[in-house]
Design a protein around this ligand. Structure first.
Ligand code: 13P
Length: 250
């Protein structure tokens, strides 16, 4: 049985004061949650405040992005050792907003994943098709290409230390959740890719999160699918009560 992971991606939201207020309200609401791993990914500026606020709780902190270089003249970038030093345990890599708005490629994703692993961070590697790709019947092709170019380029040992998030672009921030069945179908395709690239054993141990308009009122239906090993939550993770309701789905 794979342990579930519920992670919140705050994107470019929350000041330091809002970060502190979130954790004061959120931590008591999830203090009895033993059934899953919990993570929150604040913006870079709030990482250290979040680490401090979550100290002593079971909530881990995640970066939302990382450089593929360890250090150097890369204005605006933040390295994996920096994220590890501040107290991050996870880092989101290849989010569709990074791929679409900032033109990140599968090759960038592979390099960032390696760098994160070498700093002891657990990468949450995101992939997912756009609406046009799904409508054109290309969803499977896009997912296998993103898998092969990103996670598929790792060694088996490296692959055993990552999480994958399936985030169909058409479901992100749109209020249009993938049905549990559509999500499960994509997850089993990704698990099949993992089996073909690595081994059946690694494929069955791989945790795949679903992301895209996850809310308190649809989390149960999604988690009822055996293929879904957790959720990567955007908008609904900004509010302590609604994110706690998602964490406490059981
Ligand atoms: P929403 O939950 O706001 O659709 O965002 C999903 C997401 O992008 C999480 O990384």
């Amino acid at each position: 049985m794979r342990r579930r992971v519920i992670a919140g991606n705050w994107k470019m939201y929350k000041t330091l004061a809002e970060t502190r207020a979130f954790f004061s309200a959120f931590l008591p609401l999830v203090s009895n949650a033993k059934h899953c791993d919990i993570a929150v990914a604040p913006p870079f500026t709030a990482l250290s405040t979040a680490v401090e606020a979550a100290k002593g709780s079971s909530v881990a902190i995640a970066g939302q992005n990382v450089s593929w270089s360890k250090e150097g003249a890369f204005t605006g970038e933040v390295s994996a050792p920096m994220l590890a030093e501040v107290g991050c345990r996870y880092v989101i890599i290849g989010h569709s907003e990074r791929r679409q708005v900032f033109r990140e490629t599968d090759d960038n994703v592979a390099k960032k994943t390696l760098m994160a692993l070498s700093s002891g961070l657990t990468p949450i590697v995101c992939l997912g098709e756009t609406q046009e790709e799904r409508d054109a019947g290309l969803a499977e092709e896009v997912l296998s290409r993103q898998f092969t170019g990103g996670p598929g380029a790792l060694t088996a040992e490296e692959f055993s230390r990552i999480l994958i998030a399936y985030e169909p672009v058409w479901a992100i921030g749109t209020g249009r959740t993938a049905t549990p069945e559509i999500a499960a179908e994509a997850h089993s395709l990704l698990r099949r890719c993992a089996g073909e690239n690595f081994s059946v054993h690694l494929a069955s141990a791989l945790r795949i999160l679903y992301g895209g308009s996850v809310k308190p009122d649809n989390i149960q239906g999604l988690m009822a699918q055996e293929e879904l090993d957790g959720a990567l939550v955007g908008g609904a993770s900004l509010d302590a009560k609604s994110f706690a309701a998602i964490v406490n789905f059981v």
